[in-house]
Design a protein around this ligand. Sequence first.
Ligand code: F6R
Length: 608
Amino acid sequence: MCGVVGYIGKKQAQSFLIEGLSKLEYRGYDSAGIAAIDNGTLSIVKCKGRLAGLADKVKENPVKGTIGIGHTRWATHGEPSDLNAHPHTNCKNTISVVHNGIIENYLSIKEWLSSKGYTFKTETDTEVIPNLIDYYYEGSLLDAVIKAAAKMEGSYAIGVISTEEPDKLIAVRKDSPLIVGLADGEYYVASDIPAVLNKTRDVYLLDNKEFVELTLDGVKLFSEYGEEIKKDVYHVTWNADAAEKDGYEHFMLKEIHEQPKAIKNTMTSRVMPEGEIKLDDIRLTKEEIENISKIYIVACGTAYHAGLVGRYAIEKLAKIPVEVDVASEFRYRDPLIDDKTLTIIISQSGETADSLAALRLAKDSNSRVIAVTNVVGSSIAREADDVLYTWAGPEIAVASTKAYTTQLIDMYIIALYLAQRKETISKLELEQIKKEMLALPEKVEEIIKVKEDIQKFAANNYMHKDIFFIGRGLDYNVSMEGSLKLKEISYIHSEAYAAGELKHGPIALIEKGTVVVAMATQEYLYDKMLSNIKEITTRGAKVLGFAFEGHTEIAKSVDIVKYIPKTLEMFAPVLSIIPLQLLAYYMATLKGCDVDKPRNLAKSVTVE
Ligand code: F6R
């Protein structure tokens, strides 16, 4: 996720570009840049780091011009650096582009353009865009952008300026947001409404493949076939804060809703309907994979819970023994690591001190280290041998939601990749697994749509002091994550137990009215879970049960059932965690807790 802005008017563009970007920093903040055209000359200032650094830079060396574009970056392709920061230009330095999204076919476009003599200086996918526009330019910037967009696959919201037509700003979007602000003699583009709210409340909300041409005379809209189109102006009535959250009350709720897209993005170009799992990010040879005798998965908190699911997937599919450990324990317990050990560090932020120390310990002991992280250029990403990113976009709420589900996806991808290389699964099995995996975003969407039952359960039970979660196998791992979500944001005491362990102690806690969330998605453990549920209901527990659709037997033993769309048992955690996130969210809001910033917690734990 990145933020883009653009301006054309009578004033110097720089002031709006910096102000507009400051409202979009929530979309990314690892580098920023602006470009403007003055007297036919393009000038660009960009730098790694937060927007404040760019603002200081342009105070000393202003970017002159009354037409300009700007960008705040959340790195995907290419680490955060001055060079990879936007705006990017064509090799002739006549066209400048800012881009939010991912051009999925950039490598083939790059190869094709290189064969025509184009050269590239950055690691970004974006750099192909100005060069592609240049290739198609025959006297109309709008036409060239339309032709370039027809070649681009993936998602994009782009702003384009060119010295060939210095009085025009062209913009277009597909699957990344973009709006156009309309004021008197001044026109704006931005990824999100708050960027323009100080200037105007009249905007066009662009739809996919709508092109806009901004000049001093006004704004014209075009279809992908170059025909002029008309659109209603939308008058904004709400305030900026709500808009940054896309109308959601909290970032956590927004991020829960972003999961279908985040999961889809994380699978993009790795899991495809046809062919093998593609993992260019990991450079392990078949021989190296066959040499792995053991895998350690090391992480903290929610990321550790994703690791537990990863263990199941890797052992089941790739038949390699896996140990999962919390980083703060692993780093001090003299683990047995050698050059046949593969270590996987999972960390949303890529900066967690214990996870980083675990990574260094593993490397010092000659283990190959793969990082699974959400932050490009983070310490863990930089120090690992290979990195598999989660494409969740910035996670603002302290309680992790979309990072967890995308970490699960990355773990499945690693498991499948290892299995494919070791030939421990057949082509047919791989095809079936991929089919189910690709259907997950839609199923997550389906679950998110129906939340009234969870809301009702939350309303009836949020005053309880203790809530327990039970499950077996992967359901136990999801219970741990559900329990963590609940305690961290609602401050309700909560524990997760392996259901088979109840009779070895925890069942002593069950009395009349005790609230228990019982997960029963795993078919091979279903009957055993039903027995465990019976054990607690006969002692008075009030149970919210979870099972796959069609497994209605559970309804006889529990107070309320939440049915989850059917998928492979292995993928159940991706679906069953969603109602648990919502349950925690609704209980916390009913209690009046500060959901996005729970007490005593920080988003990134960079101290031991
Ligand atoms: C809980 C949560 C934390 C993090 C943990 C590790 O919702 O977010 O438990 O998972 O602090 O953080 P990262 O993944 O950044 O290493």
